[in-house]
Every structure is written in structure tokens, then in C-alpha cells.
Ligand binder design. Structure first.
Ligand code: SAH
Length: 464
């Protein structure tokens, strides 16, 4: 089995877990790592005579890259099974876009625990044909269903006419401009860690802390928890990571579905997408721009990273210690999210200062019981990952933090979070979901890119 995270993507926790699980079940695994171009995947498959190829990806642009790999496998006349996995992949996307590009068996593997079953069936004389045929039939019916009907969309003009109309009392930030925090001690972040997603990364389902006593996964969860606490103590004591952050607040005003942000005397246009799905009476077609006043307001932005302890990871790999490698990456992700939470708290209380007296418990922070949101490019309310370069430029994130973006706008180091801050009391997360061609054309114009470019960036929302 050949495993790779596709070009432009850097996340590999899930892929590495799959690799370990398969190896424990006596599969030979060749792991090409992250950001692997299709050429290298095909070449390695030929060299190693791979009997299966597994592709992984975390961010939506990787979906397109997987279609490219499938197309090239087809062009090369390959017939080996293609397995698809990772956070943004889905059975529907595999059925609609990847499987049609490749005539060999194409299967979405929903999580690592399924990988062994699928790989075992594919390598068994009796199991292979039934699994491949059954999967192909399911995917064909998904395609047929899609061809029949999609959710109704309203025109962009009608969606705009049904915008949420808020009242505004803008709060000027206490500290406008940039705030750079070069060292945020890991120790101070521990109380902010949300542990539930940590167990999910290991495919243990349940909410922390109840998961530790879960009748099914409790024993595994407790063992993992003990290992995590031991490594956490070393991360803190020996300063393995280098958490750092930058945030900024700028004058802003809404212009249609765009937000115009003034930084260093220059105005930058940040376009946002609006929901076009037909809504029930009384429900608005939302757009993040609606949370900013037309007459003049403020917006914020942030980028944080936990760092990635490259020497530690190299040492774990040299020792073939896959488990510690995955554990450290999963903990680094937790620290990045904890830093985003801790910074947002400081923003509300002090730097923007729209909630100076706020005093919430860690549980309340995890439940987001505060005023304001921090939507992240690539997430449902602002699904276009290509806004990250603008955000990084406004923040100077590259020079201040040593962060960067890949060709698919994945952030490096991998354990990083970035987003915008909205302080309006009614600002809330939502999903843009599917949009129409009218909005695509309008967005391309506002964004200053070709229709083809916008289509490539927004593809998940055009198909959804
Ligand atoms: N406590 C969790 C928080 C991560 S998920 C953890 O430690 O993993 C929550 C973050 O995802 C939010 O802070 C926001 O940045 C982003 N997010 C969630 N839903 C979103 C949406 N609909 N649109 C944009 N960003 C969203």
C-alpha cells in the first residue's frame, strides 16, 4: 500500500494513523509523506509495484488535487485500487468527482479503522470483487440522485435582498494596528486545550472527560490520555514547541458583500460569499460582510502557530517511533487551537476590548459563550482558502511568525490557525453551502480573478 498526502497539503495525522494500523495488520506500507505531486505518486507506485494507493488530504483544495491524481492514473493505464481519505473527503465527492475520473476501483475510506477491512478485502480473491462492485453501485446511485435534484437556489440579487440587517454600535479597538506576541509559553495554554478533538484525531469517539470512562473506548482513551499527559509535560518543561501569535484590527466598512479594510493608508477589498440556498420565511441569506457596518466599523485578523518541533519529529522518525510522531503532531494541533482561543479571549478583554469584564471558564470558552467570532478562511462561512494570502499580508504573518502558505493555501507550520475577528454581538457562524453561477461570476469580478480561477477555488461550493 502506497500512502501520500497530496500536493499542497501538509496534514498527515490521519494518514499516519492509517499507516500504523495497516502495518500492525501485516500490510507493507510505503509512505511518501506530505505535499506529494501526482508524478511522484505514480512513479513510486510503479517502482514498488504497489497493489493499492491511498490518498489523504485535510483541506478542500486537496479534493481537486485528488481528481488530478485519479485522472493521471487513468491516463497511465493503471488499474490498482485508489483509496481516498482525510477530513474534507467524502463518499459523495468521491462518487461524483474522483471515481468518474478513474476506471480502476475507487473507494472512500471513512476512517482508519475501516482501512484494514477495505485493504484486506481488496487483497483477497474472494473479497475484492464484491466490495468493488458494491461500492461502484453505491456511487452510481449517489450520482443518479444528484442528477435528479439539487437544493433550490435563489438568485444572488434575491439573496442580497434577503440579507440580515443589523444595528451597529461599532467598538473602536483599544489597541488598533498589529500586536505581535513572539513567545506565548505553552504552559499558559494548557488550560485552554479542548481535548475532545484530540481523541477524535485518534478516532476515539466521545466527549472529554466522559470518554475516559466510556464502556467501549474508555480503556484506549485512558491509555492515550496517559501518554498524552506524559508528552505534554515534556513539551511544557523542555519547550519543544514555540507558540507565537499576531493579530490586528483595522478600520473597515461594508461595500455590498465585500469588506474594505484600511491598513497603512491603503484600502483592501476582501470579498465574501453569500448563502443562496432558498430560506424559510424570516431566515436571512447570510454573508460575513453583513456583520460590518457600511458607515464605518472595525474588523480584526489573527494568525497563530504552535511551531512544529522539527528536531523532535526527525528524532522520532529516525527511531521509527510512529506513535510519538503522531502524538506530538496531534498535541501541536491542540496547542495551536488553544492559542487561538487564548488570543481571542485577550482580544475581547483587552486588545479590541469589546468585552473587558468577560470571565469565562475553559468549558464556556469551548462552548463559545462569548461575544464575537473568528471565522477561518476555508471553513463554511468563508470557504475560499485563497483569502489567506490577503490575511497573511495584512498581518505580516510570514515575517512576524515564519508562517507560510502552500500552493493550496495550507498553512505551515501545520499546527497553525488563522482567521478574521468580528465583534458584532449577533455575529455567528454559518455555512455558505452551494452558490450559483451568478455569484461565481460576481465574485470573480470582485476578487479580480478569471472565472476559471474563481471556479477552481470555489468548486466545493459549486457542487455542494
Ligand atoms: N475548540 C475547538 C475549536 C476549533 S473549531 C478546537 O480546539 O479544535 C472552531 C473554529 O473553527 C472557530 O473558532 C472558527 O475559527 C472555525 N469555524 C468553525 N465554524 C466555522 C464556520 N462556519 N465558518 C468559519 N469558521 C468556522
Amino acid at each position: 500500500m502506497l500512502l501520500a498526502t497530496v500536493k499542497g497539503d501538509v496534514h498527515d495525522i490521519g494518514k499516519n494513523i492509517v499507516g500504523v494500523v495497516l502495518q500492525c495488520n501485516n500490510f507493507e506500507v510505503i509512505d511518501l509523506g506530505v505535499m506529494v505531486p501526482w508524478q511522484d505518486i505514480l512513479k513510486a507506485a510503479r517502482e514498488h509495484d504497489a497493489d493499492m494507493i491511498g490518498l489523504s488530504g485535510l483541506i478542500t483544495p486537496s479534493l481537486d488535487e485528488m481528481v488530478t491524481v485519479a485522472t493521471e492514473m487513468e491516463r497511465a493505464g493503471m488499474t490498482v485500487p485508489l483509496l481516498i481519505g482525510g477530513a474534507t473527503t467524502s463518499r459523495v465527492h468521491t462518487a461524483l468527482r474522483i471515481a468518474p475520473a478513474y476506471s480502476g476501483p475507487t473507494l472512500h475510506v471513512v476512517d482508519a479503522s475501516r482501512a484494514v477491512g477495505v485493504a484486506t478485502a481488496l487483497t483477497s480473491d474472494t473479497g475484492r470483487v464484491p466490495l468493488v462492485e458494491e461500492t461502484a453501485a453505491i456511487y452510481a446511485s449517489i450520482r443518479a440522485e444528484r442528477a435528479l435534484g439539487k437544493t433550490a437556489l435563489v438568485s444572488l440579487a434575491d439573496a442580497r435582498a434577503n440579507a440580515q440587517r443589523l444595528e451597529f454600535t461599532p467598538v473602536a479597538p483599544a489597541r488598533p494596528g498589529l500586536t505581535h506576541i513572539a513567545h506565548w509559553p505553552a504552559r499558559d495554554l494548557v488550560p485552554y486545550i479542548d481535548w475532545t478533538p484530540f481523541f477524535r484525531a485518534w478516532e476515539l469517539a466521545g466527549t472529554f472527560p466522559a470518554i475516559l470512562d466510556d464502556p467501549v473506548v474508555g480503556e484506549s482513551a485512558r491509555a492515550l490520555w496517559a501518554d498524552a499527559q506524559a508528552m505534554l509535560a515534556r513539551i511544557v518543561e523542555e519547550e519543544w514547541l514555540a507558540p507565537r501569535a499576531i493579530c490586528g484590527f483595522w478600520p473597515a466598512r461594508r461595500d455590498g458583500d465585500d469588506i474594505l479594510v484600511t491598513s497603512n493608508g491603503q484600502e483592501h477589498r476582501i470579498p465574501f460569499l453569500r448563502q443562496q440556498v432558498a430560506k424559510r420565511e424570516g431566515r436571512p441569506n447570510q454573508c460575513l460582510a453583513d456583520f460590518v457596518a457600511e458607515e464605518g466599523d472595525w474588523i480584526g485578523g489573527f494568525a497563530v502557530t504552535a511551531g512544529d518541533a522539527p528536531e523532535r519529529l526527525a528524532a522520532f522518525r529516525a527511531a521509527n517511533d510512529d506513535y510519538s510522531d503522531i502524538l506530538l503532531k496531534a498535541l501541536a494541533d491542540r496547542f495551536a487551537e488553544a492559542l487561538a482561543e487564548a488570543l481571542h479571549e485577550r482580544v475581547r478583554r483587552e486588545l479590541w476590548g469589546h468585552a473587558p469584564g468577560e470571565a469565562l471558564t475553559p468549558e464556556q470558552l469551548i462552548r463559545e459563550e462569548y461575544r464575537g467570532i473568528r471565522p477561518a478562511p476555508g471553513y463554511p462561512a468563508c470557504p475560499d482558502h485563497s483569502l489567506k494570502p490577503m490575511l497573511f499580508d495584512l498581518l505580516g504573518a510570514r515575517s512576524a511568525l515564519g508562517m507560510d502558505l502552500t500552493s493550496s493555501f495550507a498553512m505551515t507550520p501545520a499546527a497553525s490557525v488563522s482567521g478574521f475577528y468580528f465583534a458584532h454581538p449577533e455575529a455567528a457562524y454559518f455555512g455558505v453551502a452551494r452558490i450559483g453561477r451568478d455569484q461565481l461570476a460576481d465574485y470573480a469580478r470582485r476578487r479580480g480573478v478569471s472565472l476559471e480561477q474563481a471556479e477552481a477555488w470555489l468548486r466545493p461550493n459549486l457542487e455542494g
